[in-house]
Write a protein of this length. Structure first.
Lengths: 285, 313
């Protein structure tokens, strides 16, 4: 699968920066060129201009396309240097952004009626646009809105209730929201995989979140025979496919070892769980 | 602008380039990734990612980590081998419209001429760049730390591929880079590419282990520019007839001019492609005005313009 649109680089302007949960910010960025062509599952590299420390851009998922197509929204959690600095940006501040990067989410399997989107922590970010697309409330990349499935279950785990960000936006977008927390402060006291076991069996699962969670989800879906795609968040230096830093082991029957390293930024970030050899093999975790 | 169009052309021994701005090996993939992102045909040249004779999976992740104004990498020459490059990447690269310089590394000395000979038989390459200095592969650095080994490797490639210009890419991790550059010249190199990354380490003290999957790595980016520039300067002053390709921390037109006046006839831009993918094109556009500011009409007149400097007193 290839994207017709090539990435482009933009000097953009911050429209708004809003705290939506503990350490979690929604940043709206004015960049109509990218708003028009970006699709759910794709991402951007964002960089603070005019400085070499921090040096590199950081990858963030497309979270939302603004309804007037004037820009896009990312949602990020403060975990380090760039996200720490991003927390202080103001409307009107400049940002450098390039994208759209990576492949969009694949379409749900033919005949799917029910899709589950399973998020761990800040891994929720690619799913808001995805819900809007699946339920046909918004079209992306110049395509008219089209309802793809009847039901979207959004399973959203976090350590604690204060970290659940933008839950109402998912409800407003039409998803059935199922929360889980490690400490029981919201939703069920447990893991997203526990929630998933209790739901009506989905026809297709999409997951994004910390790797241990994705490993568990991959194994669960393989065991239950549910097609599953996982969106990965490996560290990236370029997002463009030119540095070879973002690799993950992907099944490759032509290679003697049975796998080869593939670049998450251009071959992913979403892969079929069954192709991620370290995620589905029994000797891990 | 009243610059003649040829004023940006530059020469590296037998290799004539339309302008002195190249993109560095390992920092531009195989160029196809950047098709449509920037106008590749405007580049002075493209050096694709290093190829080896046999495919290599590369190092386990994490393969890169950011440092103060730089980054450390240990990719480990992840590539599908020379035959795959010639069959799958070269046909595309031939269509790009700028000079293509094949960069390769060898595991053992005998592999250098074998690879050079294969390269001599194909269409579409403008030159060879010998990666004598990859720090992330066992043994990879040896060819550029011992002058005799460097000279032998270059000569064997020159003999095996007499018709293509040869650039010898050196490591800065030596006591006397001038001696290695002279050895490369003695072996028949048309130019030396200075420099590859500086060996470095990022440690994660809480986990009591190096951050990168490979342990140590190579440092690049703005942080290394003064260190790399000094290598160029020293070699330029010691080896006046030897063309130099300056590499290390170049991100803007001022960086390019710094290298040219310090003795580089061309430059390669590396890490900047990751964080400012349009930088190379912007620099090419800014070059005529910078040459005019320097009071020269051609790139050749800028090369080494500072090299006559002597300390006062
Ligand atoms: C495709 C993709 C999409 C993504 N989407 C989102 C998103 O929508 N929202 C979001 O919040 N995140 C997202 N991420 C993750 C996000 O890119 C990272 O959280 C971000 O890059 C962190 O940048 P930072 O500068 O704040 O952190 P950094 O300072 O770079 O640190 C990142 C982490 O690495 C560790 N680290 C870094 N350097 C060192 C070192 N020298 N020694 C030890 N540890 C070190 C830090 O402790 C920290 O945990 C995505 C990632 C990918 C690949
Ligand atoms: C991620 C990365 C991968 C690299 N891979 C190669 C390589 O395969 N072969 C090579 O000769 N140099 C390689 N280099 C070195 C660069 O070509 C260049 O010499 C070095 O990065 C210094 O230039 P810079 O500071 O502009 O990046 C690599 C550098 C980086 C950052
Ligand atoms: S982030 Fe550079 S190749 Fe993927």
């Amino acid at each position: 699968m290839t994207n017709a649109c090539r990435p482009s680089f933009h000097g953009a302007t911050v429209l708004s920066n809003t705290l939506i949960a503990e350490r979690t910010w929604r940043v709206e960025i004015q960049v109509p060129e990218l708003a028009r062509i970006s699709q759910p599952g794709q991402f951007f590299m964002v960089r603070l201009p005019g400085r070499t420390d921090p040096l590199l851009g950081r990858p963030f998922a497309l979270c939302d396309v603004l309804p007037d197509q004037s820009g896009i929204a990312i949602v990020h959690m403060v975990v380090g240097r760039v996200t720490g600095l991003l927390a202080n940006i103001q409307p009107g501040d400049p940002l450098e952004i390039w994208g759209p990067l990576g492949q969009r989410f694949p379409e749900p399997v033919a005949g799917a009626r029910r899709v589950a989107l399973v998020a761990g922590g800040i891994g929720q970010t690619p799913f808001l646009a995805h819900v809007r697309e699946l339920l046909g409330s918004q079209g992306f990349g110049g395509h008219a809105p089209r309802r793809r499935v009847e039901t979207v279950d959004f399973v959203y785990g976090a350590r604690t209730a204060n970290l659940h960000a933008g839950v109402d936006s998912f409800r407003d977008a039409g998803a059935i929201v199922h929360l889980a927390t490690d400490d029981g402060s919201a939703g069920i006291h447990g893991r997203v995989t526990d929630v998933l076991s209790g739901l009506e069996k989905p026809d297709h699962v999409f997951g994004c979140g910390p790797e241990p969670m994705l490993h568990a989800l991959a194994k669960q879906c393989v065991a239950m025979g549910i097609p599953c795609h996982l969106s990965l968040e490996t560290p990236m230096a370029c997002g463009l496919g030119i540095c070879y830093s973002c690799v993950v082991k992907v099944r490759d029957d032509t290679s003697a070892s049975g796998w080869d390293y593939r670049r998450v930024c251009i071959d992913g970030p979403t892969f079929a769980a069954s192709d991620l050899v370290d995620f589905v093999s029994a000797d891990r975790d | 602008m009243s610059q003649a169009p040829h004023s940006l052309a530059t020469r590296l021994g037998r290799l004539l380039l339309p302008n002195p701005i190249l993109v560095a090996s390992g920092t531009f993939g195989y160029a196809r990734e950047m098709d449509g992102v920037i106008n590749l045909s405007r580049l002075g040249g493209i050096v694709p990612k290093t190829v080896t004779m046999a495919p290599r999976v590369g190092n386990p992740p994490p393969r890169t980590v950011e440092t103060s104004s730089g980054m450390l990498n240990a990719i480990g020459l992840d590539n599908d081998g020379l035959d795959h490059f010639l069959d799958h990447h070269l046909p595309y690269l031939r269509t790009v419209g700028c000079p293509i310089i094949l960069n390769f590394a060898a595991k053992a000395e005998a592999e250098f001429p074998q690879m050079a000979q294969k390269a001599s038989k194909v269409e579409g390459l403008s030159a060879l760049e010998l990666n004598l200095s990859c720090p992330n592969v066992a043994g990879g650095i040896d060819f550029a730390t011992r002058p005799e080994a460097c000279e032998r490797a270059v000569r064997s490639c020159r003999d095996a591929c007499p018709d293509l210009p040869i650039l010898a890419k050196l490591t800065p991790a030596v006591t006397d880079i001038v001696a290695v550059a002279q050895a490369a010249a003695a072996g028949g190199a048309d130019a030396v590419s200075l420099v590859n990354t500086f060996p470095g380490l990022v440690i994660d003290w809480k986990r009591r282990r190096p951050f990168l999957g490979n342990g140590v790595g190579g440092l690049s980016g703005p942080a290394i520019k003064p260190l790399a520039l000094r290598c160029v300067w020293n070699v330029a002053r010691a080896c006046p007839g030897l063309p130099i390709v300056g590499i290390g921390g170049i991100g803007c037109i001022d960086d390019v001019m710094d290298y040219l006046v310090s003795g580089a006839s061309a430059v390669q831009m590396g890490t900047v492609n990751f964080y400012d993918p349009c930088a190379a094109i912007r620099v090419i556009e800014a070059l005529p005005e910078a040459l005019a500011t320097l009071g020269v009409a051609t790139v050749a007149q800028a090369v080494g313009a500072a090299c006559g400097w002597k300390p006062q007193g």
